[in-house]
Structures are given as structure tokens and as C-alpha cells.
Design a protein around this ligand. Structure first.
Ligand SMILES: [Fe+2]
Ligand SMILES: [Fe+2]
Length: 299
């Protein structure tokens, strides 16, 4: 049943309409000013002892139990949580690139402008992943959350949701829009090392286009589906979103271990019950939720 719901495709016309071509062409024009992120970041300016996240974005922020942690421990935790956030980016981008590159050929004939734009997205995601990987290497923390430790349903969904379906683009939108809200708070903090802000700023600038494209893809497909089919998809997508949010906002115990905190399992559980963190998660998820609700998908 669920497989059938996910495979529901819309009856898009074979030829691209003028609006779609104009959108892809405009987004491609913005992507043309591409610069390799590896070359754009001043890597040597990365302070390996500084905080890499504002304290308000730490998973333990606001907890009484965290009041006893030293400034040095909090800085170490902030670096681990920032790297953990970039690991999430690496995982999502690998799934997206895999899916997109496996199907992008089908667009050459019926939507060349869309094909061109998706190639821009692929190039940008490759750049992001190289950038995250370089940060990862320099941080020297090892992988705190290997891809096979990510939520099973999200991994299953990423593999089976058909490319270009409503389910696929809605999942992409969630995976891009939610972390983007978190990233904006990082770029806004002038106290963070410039390379950390540059990584986040560069990523957010290019993701803004990806999010705009994903929203348009969702809107286009949702408009062509009857309400009952969208409602049928909502519970599955809602669960994917919940699993994704848990993975995004609640670091694994290995992250606290990498930060050198004693009893990492205790801190992972404390973060999951942290009302400040839960509120931040809901604030970051709200725009994607509101948008999907408006499209008839109450996640
Ligand atoms: Fe990205
Ligand atoms: Fe993206």
C-alpha cells in the first residue's frame, strides 16, 4: 500500500510549459556564478579551539545539568555538534546526488531547461560535500554518525520514493528547508570563526535556490493530485519528517563522546528531553510544515 502511495505520479505534460522553463532558466542563471567552495573558504583561518556554534544552538542549551560544564567543554561540544550537522549534510547530499544523477537523463529530451538546472544543483551539492568533507578532515573527529546509523525509514524512503514524484520532492524540501533555518542562526553570529560562517553562508546561499526549486516541484505536483491521494501520503511523509528531525536536532551519544564528555548516553538522553531544543526543532520545521499543509499534505 505504502509503496503504491509513494509511486503515485502526476500526469505532467510531456513538454515543459513556459513557466517551468522560465523558472529553471532563471535559477540556472544565478547558479552560473559558481565558485568552488574548497577554493572559496580560508581553511587556514579555522580556529580548532574556538566555538563553532553559538551557545543557543547547542543541544544542551538551557539545561540545568549543563551548567556544570566548563567553557572549554562547551567549545569542544560546539565543534562536535557543528561537524555532526555537516555530517547530516553529507548524508543528505549523497542520497540526493545518487537519486538525481540516476534519473537526470530522462529530462534531456522533455525538459532541457530543467535538466540544465538539475546539473547546476548536482555541481553545487558536489561542492558542498567536498567542503563538508574538508571540514571533517580538519576537525579530525572521525565519523560520529555513519550513514548506516541514520533513521531506517528515511533511508528506505530515499531509496524507494520515485524520482520526480510528489513524495520525492516533498522529502527533499524537508531535508533542505529545516537545516537551512538552523544554518541561518549560525551565519548571523559574528563571534564564530569566519571559515565556519563562510561554510554555512555559502551553503545557505546555494540552498536557497534548491529550496525554491523543490517548493515549485512540490507545488506543481500537489496541484495535480486529488486531495485524498495527498492525505494518503501524509502519514508516511510525516513519519519520515519526525525521524529526520530527530536525526537533525538530537546528536548521537558518539557526538558527546567525541567532545570528551563523561557518560555520553546521559547527555544524548538529556538533549532529547531538552524543552529548548525541542522548541528550536519545531521553529526550524514550521516553515516546511506550513508549506506542505498548504499543499494539502498535513505532515
Ligand atoms: Fe547542499
Ligand atoms: Fe541542496
Amino acid at each position: 500500500m505504502m509503496i503504491w502511495i509513494m509511486h503515485m505520479k502526476t500526469d505532467l505534460p510531456l513538454t515543459a510549459d513556459a513557466e517551468r522553463v522560465a523558472r529553471s532558466t532563471q535559477l540556472s542563471a544565478s547558479s552560473t556564478r559558481y565558485r568552488d567552495p574548497l577554493a572559496a573558504i580560508n581553511w587556514d583561518g579555522l580556529d580548532l579551539d574556538a566555538a563553532w556554534l553559538p551557545e543557543s544552538l547547542l543541544s544542551l542549551h538551557g539545561l540545568d545539568a549543563a551548567a556544570g560544564l566548563s567553557a572549554m567543554q562547551l567549545r569542544a561540544l560546539s565543534r562536535c555538534e557543528f561537524v555532526s550537522f555537516c555530517e547530516l549534510g553529507l548524508w543528505l547530499e549523497a542520497l540526493f546526488m545518487q537519486k538525481l544523477s540516476g534519473h537526470v537523463l530522462s529530462h534531456i529530451a522533455n525538459d532541457p531547461a530543467g535538466y540544465g538546472y538539475q546539473l547546476h544543483e548536482l555541481r553545487e551539492e558536489v561542492g558542498h560535500s567536498l567542503m563538508f568533507l574538508e571540514l571533517h578532515r580538519r576537525a579530525g573527529l572521525g565519523f560520529m554518525t555513519p550513514p548506516d546509523r541514520r533513521p531506517a525509514l528515511a533511508r528506505w524512503f530515499a531509496r524507494l520514493a520515485p524520482h520526480d514524484s510528489l513524495a520525492f520532492w516533498a522529502a527533499i524540501l524537508i531535508g533542505e528547508d529545516v537545516p537551512d533555518r538552523f544554518a541561518r542562526a549560525i551565519t548571523a553570529d559574528p563571534a564564530l570563526p569566519e571559515p565556519v560562517r563562510a561554510i554555512t553562508r555559502l551553503h545557505a546561499r546555494e540552498e536557497a535556490r534548491h529550496i525554491a526549486y523543490a517548493r515549485a516541484m512540490v507545488h506543481e505536483r500537489a496541484a495535480r493530485l486529488p486531495a485524498w491521494r495527498k492525505r494518503a501520503l501524509a502519514p508516511l511523509l510525516g513519519e519520515v519528517m519526525r525521524q529526520f528531525l530527530r536525526s537533525c536536532f538530537f546528536p548521537a551519544a558518539s557526538t558527546y563522546r567525541a567532545a570528551g564528555l563523561a557518560d555520553p548516553g546521559f547527555w544524548a538522553r538529556a538533549a532529547r528531553a531538552n524543552p529548548h531544543r525541542i522548541a528550536l526543532m519545531h521553529r526550524c520545521a514550521a516553515p516546511a510544515r506550513t508549506f506542505l499543509h498548504a499543499q494539502g499534505i498535513p505532515v
